[in-house]
Design a protein around this ligand. Structure first.
Ligand code: HEC
Length: 171
């Protein structure tokens, strides 16, 4: 019998002692002990993959919709000018917000310091401000939110990555 599920083994009176033994064994398996329930979600991405495939691309979408860039040809305002542009900015902000919430899930939060929760919540709040700015179509608020978002990313990187890696993650 495969020991899938926790404490589901056995059944019927005659199985009682056998079930108890099996239960004792299963209780020792990871995630099946007292007070711990198995995670119902699928651990689909490592933290690094989540950063590379969700967090970074969505942050780039938002940053490319906020503030201004200057080059030899002059200064160009990045604030969206179309409904599609605002929708993309809003969607990226919402994704960042929820990715911040994901960082609080055990698969990412376990084995971290107590400041992990604060860094993740700061990112969620920055993401919420970013989404509000996009909903209001407020260019100044977009710029401010973009800066706050960047600060929330680097605060956690500074604490959890070696200097050179943190600099790379924030570049
Ligand atoms: C709560 C902490 C935390 C927050 C907030 C956070 N990160 Fe990260 N980030 C990490 C950690 C830890 C790593 C290192 C992951 C690894 O290499 O295993 C990382 C790595 C990265 C990397 C490098 C991935 C690689 O391939 O080396 C990028 C890019 C990145 N983060 C982008 C972002 C952006 C953009 C934001 C904000 C919108 C952000 N992160 C917010 C913790 C965080």
């Amino acid at each position: 019998m495969a020991a899938s599920g926790c404490g589901k083994a056995g059944g019927g009176e005659s199985m009682k002692s056998k079930s108890l033994t099996l239960f004792a064994v299963i209780a020792l398996l990871p995630g099946c002990g007292s007070g711990r329930t198995p995670t119902p979600y699928v651990e689909a991405h490592s933290l690094r993959q989540l950063m590379d495939t969700v967090m970074e691309p969505d942050a780039q979408v938002f940053w490319r919709s906020s503030g201004a860039v200057s080059d030899v040809t002059g200064t160009r305002d990045l604030t969206p000018t179309s409904a599609a542009g605002w929708a993309a900015a809003r969607s990226s902000a919402a994704t960042i917000t929820e990715t911040g919430n994901l960082l609080l899930m055990p698969m990412y939060a376990r084995a971290r310091g107590p400041d992990w929760v604060g860094f993740s919540q700061d990112l969620v709040r920055a993401g919420q401000a970013a989404e509000q700015a996009a909903i209001r179509r407020d260019g100044d608020a977009m710029f401010e939110a973009g800066a706050k978002l960047g600060a929330a990313c680097s605060a956690c990187h500074q604490a959890y990555l070696p200097q050179d890696q943190a600099a790379k993650a924030d570049s």
